[in-house]
Design a protein around this ligand. Structure first.
Ligand code: KIV
Ligand code: ZN
Length: 498
C-alpha cells in the first residue's frame, strides 16, 4: 500500500457551516489559494445546491485554483448532483462528493427506510454522479455508528458502481480510536476490490478524539484524511489539518507522507481565524498562542540549554516567526504591510491605507500592536462598504446611576440620532440603535473576549441577533467594549437591512 496520505480540506464546507463563520466568495477564494500554497490535495469548496452563494463560490474557486482537486458536496439526490457538476465546470480537477446515512439511526429515523433501499440509493447516486465526472467520492454518513458488516456491503457496492474514494465519517464523533481503526481494518480485509478506491477518514471532535481517530484510521489503511484548518467544523469541530500533518512529520517511523508545506501552517491558521472571527484557543496544539510558550522556570531553563528538552516541534517548521516584531505608533506603513504579508494577508493600496489609519488610531490607545491586533485591523476594511455605520456613541454609566446612551448612525449617507437608557451601557446603546432602526430585533447571544492581556487590550464582540425568525451574526473589535458591542449589533443589522 502507498505511504502517501492525501489531505482533503473541508474548511470551506464543513468548517463554514459553523454559525458566524460564513465567508463571502472573495474571502473563500483567498482561503482556497492559501490552501493550494499549503499543498492540500483536495479542497471541498461547498455544497452548491444549498444556496446560490455556495454554488457561485465553488465555481469561482474552480477558476482561481490550479493544482488541488475541487470537490462539491451533494446528498444522494439527482438534482444536487446535477447542480454540483455544473458548479464544477471550470475546475481543472473535479470531484463530486455524494452519499447517504448508513447507520440504523439514519436509516430508520432520518429516511424511514431499510438497509436494502439505502444500499440501492447509494449505488444509484454514485452511478448518476459518474455520468458527470470520473472522480466520485461516496460518504457513508454516520459510518462510525454503522454495523461493520453492512458498511462493508455498502462500500463494496459503491466501489463496483465506480466510486474512486469512499469516505468513512465518524459524523457524531462517537468512536474510540481503537474502534475506528478496527472499522477501517475490517473494511480493508472484507471488501472485495477495496484497493481500487482510496478510503477516507472524516472525524468529528465531540469527545475530543477526532485527531486520534483519524490517525488510527490511517494506521489501519485509510489514505485520505478529511480535515479543517484550526479544527473548525460542526459542533465541536473536525480533525485539524495542522495536527494530522505534524503527527506524521514528527513520527517518520509510521512511514506516512503528506504534501503539506508545514511552514505555511501558522499563516493560514491566522488567516482563517481572522476571516471567520473564530479565535484559536491559546492552548490549541500546533497553532495556539501558547503552543510554543514555556512559562515555568524549569521548562525555560531546559529549553535554553537544549530546545529538544521540552519541544518536539521546531516552531519554524510550522511557520512561527520567533522574531516577530511588535509594531508601535512609530512603525510605518511598510512595517504594517510586511507584517500583514508574513501573516498571509495582501491588501490593495486603498485597503492598506485604511488599515494603516486604523493602526495609528489603535497604536495611540495601546502601546504595542501584536499579530492578533494586526489581523483584526486587516478585517476592518471589510466594514467600510456597509450601509449602516456608527457615527458616534456617547455613554454615561456608573454605580448608582442609570446608564444613558446617545447614538448617531449613518444610514447610506443620511444621519440619524437617538437617546435611550438601559440597565447598563451596552443595553442603553443597543436600545438607542433600536429606536433608529425600528424593527423587531432580539440579541440572542453576546460574547466579549479580550485578544491578549492588559486593561488596554482590544475586546472582540460576537453577537447573534434574531430578526424575522432568522439569526444574524455580528462582530466587532475595539479597545472600547461598549463601542465594540454597538458595532457588532450594527454589523448584524447590516446583514438584513438593505
Ligand atoms: O460529518 C459528516 O458525515 C459529513 C459528511 C457530509 C461527509 O460532513
Ligand atoms: Zn462532517
Amino acid at each position: 500500500m502507498s505511504n502517501r496520505l492525501f489531505i482533503f480540506d473541508t474548511t470551506l464546507r464543513d468548517g463554514e457551516q459553523v454559525p458566524g463563520c460564513q465567508l463571502n466568495t472573495v474571502e473563500k477564494i483567498e482561503v482556497a489559494k492559501h490552501l493550494e500554497e499549503l499543498g492540500v490535495d483536495v479542497i471541498e469548496a461547498g455544497f452548491p445546491v444549498s444556496s446560490p452563494g455556495d454554488y457561485n463560490s465553488v465555481m469561482e474557486i474552480s477558476k482561481a485554483v490550479t493544482w488541488p482537486t475541487i470537490c462539491a458536496l451533494t446528498r444522494a439526490v439527482e438534482n444536487d448532483i446535477r447542480v454540483a457538476a455544473d458548479s464544477l465546470q471550470y475546475a481543472k480537477h473535479k470531484r463530486i462528493h455524494t452519499g447517504i446515512g448508513t447507520s440504523d439511526y439514519h436509516i430508520r429515523y432520518k429516511f424511514n427506510s431499510t438497509r436494502e433501499e439505502i444500499l440501492e440509493r447509494a449505488v444509484a447516486c454514485v452511478k448518476y454522479a459518474k455520468r458527470f465526472v470520473e472522480d466520485v467520492q461516496f460518504y457513508a454518513e454516520d459510518a462510525g455508528r454503522t454495523d461493520n458488516e453492512y458498511l462493508a456491503r455498502v462500500v463494496e457496492a459503491v466501489i463496483k458502481a465506480g466510486a474512486t474514494v469512499v469516505n468513512i465519517p465518524d459524523t457524531t464523533g462517537y468512536c474510540l480510536p481503537r474502534q475506528f481503526g478496527d472499522k477501517i481494518r475490517y473494511l480493508m480485509e472484507h471488501v472485495d476490490g477495496i484497493h481500487r478506491a482510496t478510503i477516507a477518514t472524516h472525524c468529528h471532535n465531540d469527545l475530543g478524539m477526532a485527531t486520534a481517530n483519524t490517525v488510527a484510521g490511517i494506521i489501519d489503511g485509510a489514505r485520505q484524511a478529511e480535515v479543517t484548518i484550526n479544527g473548525i467544523g460542526e459542533r465541536a469541530g473536525n480533525t485539524s489539518l495542522e495536527e494530522v500533518a505534524m503527527i506524521f512529520k514528527s513520527h517518520p517511523e509510521l512511514g506516512i507522507e503528506t504534501n503539506i508545506n508545514t511552514t505555511k501552517i501558522c499563516g493560514i491558521s491566522r488567516l482563517v481565524s481572522s476571516l471567520m472571527n473564530m479565535p484559536v484557543q491559546p492552548n490549541k496544539a500546533i497553532v495556539g498562542r501558547n503552543a510554543f510558550a514555556h512559562s515555568s522556570g524549569i521548562h525555560q531553563d531546559g529549553v535554553l540549554k537544549n530546545r529538544e528538552s521540552y519541544e518536539i516541534i521546531n516552531p519554524k517548521d510550522v511557520g512561527v516567526d520567533e522574531n516577530s516584531i511588535v509594531l508601535t505608533a512609530r512603525s510605518g506603513r511598510a512595517a504594517l504591510k510586511h507584517r500583514l504579508h508574513i501573516l498571509g494577508i495582501e491588501l490593495d493600496k486603498e485597503a492598506l491605507d485604511k488599515a494603516y489609519e486604523a493602526f495609528l488610531a489603535l497604536a495611540d490607545k495601546k502601546k504595542e500592536i501584536n499579530d492578533d491586533d494586526v489581523l483584526m485591523l486587516a478585517g476592518e476594511h471589510r466594514k467600510s462598504t456597509r450601509r449602516l455605520k456608527l457615527d458616534y456613541l456617547q455613554v454615561t454609566s456608573g454605580v448608582g446611576v442609570k446608564s444613558v446612551a446617545s447614538v448617531g448612525l449613518d444610514i447610506a449617507g443620511e444621519k440619524f440620532e437617538a437617546c435611550a437608557s438601559g440597565n447598563g451601557p451596552v443595553d442603553a446603546a443597543i436600545s438607542a440603535i433600536k429606536i433608529i432602526i425600528r424593527r423587531k430585533m432580539l440579541v440572542k447571544e453576546f460574547l466579549i473576549q479580550a485578544i491578549n492581556k492588559g486593561s488596554n487590550d482590544v475586546g472582540k464582540v460576537h453577537m447573534t441577533v434574531e430578526h424575522d425568525g432568522t439569526n444574524y451574526y455580528g462582530f466587532s473589535a475595539n479597545t472600547d467594549i461598549i463601542a465594540a458591542s454597538a458595532e457588532a449589533f450594527i454589523d448584524a443589522i447590516n446583514k438584513f437591512v438593505r
